[in-house]
Write a protein that binds this ligand. Structure first.
Ligand code: GDP
Ligand code: MG
Length: 172
């Protein structure tokens, strides 16, 4: 039986220092390519997901290294993306304030081939640093995502593995 392969371009955007590169490295482990840095100004990493016995998904995660000013991102970087992770740092409020600017920039510059907005997920990163602070934000983030067209949000930590499985269970 032939295996089907799907290649999905996913953007990882957000302010400088929020942990975009760290999240990608954590997720993809050693498979990290800087091949395109010189030519198009982004790094991308490939995560291969054996989806089922007939399907392989290749996630191409685009890290906008060094281009962290939303106005700076051109349509070329965003082109043909089918998803976006918009990252903020829970210890720095200014990075949360920037989230909507990133979302607007994305929506302005790219849509899916059917004209719909590229699905965006909000990542509250460095949650290992600020668990109590974030706990009080949970209802607000649900509303925030609904009001601003995010498909959802997750707490992440590139530093502490497995933190959030426990946290999800005891917080609900
Ligand atoms: P980028 O500019 O968005 O790519 O951010 P980096 O991945 O370079 O991370 C910026 C800094 O934050 C680095 O010093 C990382 O070690 C640190 N960092 C990234 N993610 C986390 C996290 O989840 N928890 C903690 N404590 N530090 C993090
Ligand atoms: Mg980076």
């Amino acid at each position: 039986m032939q295996t089907k392969e799907h290649l999905f371009k996913v953007l990882v955007i957000g302010d400088l220092g929020v942990g975009k590169t760290s999240i990608i490295k954590r997720y993809v482990h050693q498979i990290f390519s800087q091949h395109y840095r010189a030519t198009i100004g982004v790094d991308f990493a490939l995560k291969v997901l054996p989806w089922d016995s007939q399907t392989v998904v290749r996630l191409q995660l685009w890290d906008i290294a060094g281009q962290e000013r939303y106005g700076n991102m051109t349509r070329v970087y965003y082109r043909e993306a089918v998803g976006a992770l918009i990252v903020f740092d829970v210890t720095r409020a200014s990075t949360f304030d920037a989230v909507l600017k990133w979302k607007d920039d994305l929506d302005l510059k790219v849509t899916l081939s059917n004209g719909k907005p590229v699905p965006a997920v909000l990542l509250a990163n460095k949650s290992d640093q600020s668990r109590e602070g974030l706990r009080s934000q949970i209802p607000k983030l649900d509303t925030f995502c609904k009001e601003n067209g995010f498909v959802g949000w997750f707490e992440t930590s590139a530093k502490v593995r497995g933190l959030f499985c426990d946290y999800e269970q005891d917080s609900i």
